[in-house]
Design a protein around this ligand. Structure first.
Ligand code: KE4
Length: 426
């Protein structure tokens, strides 16, 4: 495959944009090589600047659960755009979208739309501090919740790749107010809550971790967080930016039957447009301006074009049988990959949930950031390049999820498994 156009674009981009990318996760830092530039996508397929066609498992890091350029979503966004793209004033579409989100996620009685997952988690933290009058927050090693200062401490995703536990430029007081526990380790949470009694405003967790690679909660882990936060007067925040509308219409909280105090959403909820959201009971959300003293605002929040795309997406996802289909596609891919690795005699662990999975090069269980970090990331890097050369685009990092969509056909999966076999043999 020629990648001359991509290479030229990357050379140009590096002079104008830091590292040539508008998000470090796109930089291929941990797998080596130069990022490919893309120009169009449809369904499960994506084309790069040199017209090479690839099967896409990045899916824009989650949003494209219906596949790229789904007709219903595009039509909704285009017709909304023709009515004007942004008014900075309330519209009916926001009410329609809020109705769908609160119906899908019962723990959300009232929801505020923002323009990214980061804005959702940042606002959720401020809300928790406002509601409790406390200042500290507790997150998990390897948890990634966007680039809010307080959460850029021992984060996963792109930070883990750059080997920076915390970002430069974060005020030391922020880092000091952020406690870090281990995912799937309730005892580590109890210890920190007891050692900081009365000071922790919230525990924020990805109920199904996606930024260590996929790591699912051990039985009792989420229930343990619910009990401990209630016992110690802290709010429980579920960051469902990845899992929301992916693992089920009601998110991970509906799969595991654990109800958080605040839920953060993003990615899928915007149908490929910039949307985030945070929501909770009416009582908690009454803290939020203009009702209450916790201020949060945004020029493009609830933007009509993004709302129209989100509504079209949720309406498609609400159709009966959708999540059974997504689960079946995920299992076909995950089980197929396990089989090919076994045939090749290459040790692998696959962690999965409905709609997402990660392959780790290890024979040991991957249950937290430490075990994820102990896997053979060099092997993953070589595998990533092998898959690209065999027509399959995986996330360029071990600490990310492979995302499937309703557009990934049996033929796509079969082609992917062939690519896995060829990549492993080379
Ligand atoms: P955004 O601000 O990127 O929309 O959302 C931040 C965020 C919050 N919570 C979770 C659980 C997330 O996974 C994310 C963003 N995910 C990353 C990669 N997994 C997006 C890719 C990127 O950073 O470019």
């Amino acid at each position: 495959m020629s990648r001359a156009k991509s290479a030229q674009l990357f050379r140009d981009a590096k002079n104008l944009i830091p590292g040539g990318v508008n998000s470090p996760a796109r930089a291929w830092g941990s797998v080596g090589g130069d990022p490919i530039f893309f120009k169009r996508a449809s369904g499960s397929r994506i084309w790069d600047a040199d017209d090479n066609e690839l099967i896409d498992y990045v899916c824009s890091w989650g949003p494209m659960i219906l596949g790229h350029a789904h007709p219903a979503v595009i039509d909704a966004a285009v017709s909304a755009a023709r009515q004007g793209t942004s008014f900075g004033a309330p519209t009916e579409l926001e009410v329609e979208m809020a109705r769908r989100v609160t119906e899908a996620v019962p723990s959300i009685e009232v929801v505020r739309f923002v323009s990214s997952g980061t804005e959702a988690t940042m606002s959720a933290l401020r809300l928790a501090r406002a509601k409790t009058g406390r200042s500290k927050i507790l997150k998990f090693n390897g948890g990634y919740h966007g680039h809010e200062d307080a959460l850029l401490v021992e984060a996963g995703s792109g930070l883990a790749n750059q080997g920076i536990a915390s970002s430069a430029g974060v005020h030391p007081d922020y880092a000091a107010a952020t406690l870090v526990a281990d995912f799937n380790d309730v005892a580590s949470v109890r210890l920190l809550l007891e050692a900081n009694e009365g000071e922790v405003a919230a525990v924020i967790v990805e109920p199904i971790a996606g930024n260590m690679g996929v790591v699912t909660p051990a039985p009792g882990f989420l229930e343990g967080l619910r009990d401990l936060t209630t016992e110690h007067g802290a709010l429980l925040i579920f960051d469902e930016v990845i899992s929301g509308f992916r693992v089920a219409l009601g998110g991970a909280q509906s799969v595991y039957g654990v109800t958080p105090d605040i839920t953060c959403l993003g990615k899928i909820v915007g149908g490929g447009f910039p949307v985030g959201a945070y929501g909770a009971s009416a009582e908690i959300m009454s803290e939020v301006a203009p009702l209450g003293p916790m201020y949060q605002a945004g020029t493009l929040s609830g933007n009509p074009v993004a709302m129209a795309a989100g509504i079209a997406t949720l309406d498609e996802l609400s159709k009966p049988g959708t999540y059974e289909r997504i689960q079946a596609i995920t299992d076909r891919l995950a089980d197929g990959v396990l089989g090919v690795f076994a045939d090749a005699g290459v040790p692998a662990v696959v962690n999965r949930a409905c709609g997402l999975m990660t392959v780790f090069f290890t024979s040991n269980p991957v249950t937290d950031m430490d075990s994820a970090s102990a896997t053979d990331r060099e092997a993953f890097g070589a595998f990533f390049h092998g898959m690209i050369d065999n027509g399959v685009y995986l996330p360029p990092s071990q600490f990310e999820a492979w995302f499937v969509s309703t557009a990934h056909s049996d033929a796509d999966i079969a082609e992917t498994l062939d690519a896995v076999a060829r990549s492993l043999s080379s």
